[in-house]
Design a protein. Structure first.
Length: 115
């Protein structure tokens, strides 16, 4: 079955960095577009970043452009989100999503940025 396991979340001060990882299994990762979303209490889950199967195309929500970088390693079935210059508004639960079929989600990893 499809499994997506996020890791790398934690607590950091504003201006700091974190690198999230999402290990995938149960589907053909190397041909699947992958994405990251985040959610804060009381708000809908929002798109953060996306990368196509070959890493040739990426997309970001405006609020993270220039600070976050999405990447993938198809040999390791893993997608990453490097987050730099973190702000308090980046706080939330971060989810990776396989953009395939109806979409598959991981369980999420908490990121807390204190000012």
């Amino acid at each position: 079955q499809v499994q997506l396991v996020e890791s790398g979340g934690g607590s950091v001060q504003a201006g700091g960095s974190l690198r999230l990882s999402c290990a995938a299994s149960g589907f053909t990762f190397r041909t699947t577009t992958m994405s990251w979303f985040r959610q804060t209490p009381g708000k809908e889950r929002e798109f953060v970043a996306l990368i196509n199967w070959s890493s040739a195309a990426t997309a970001y929500t405006d609020s993270v452009k220039g600070r976050f970088t999405i990447s993938r390693d198809n040999a390791k079935n893993t997608v990453y989100l490097q987050m730099n210059s973190l702000k308090s508004e980046d706080t939330g639960v971060y989810y990776c999503k396989a953009v395939w079929g109806s979409g598959y989600w991981g369980q999420g990893t908490q990121v807390t940025v204190s000012s």
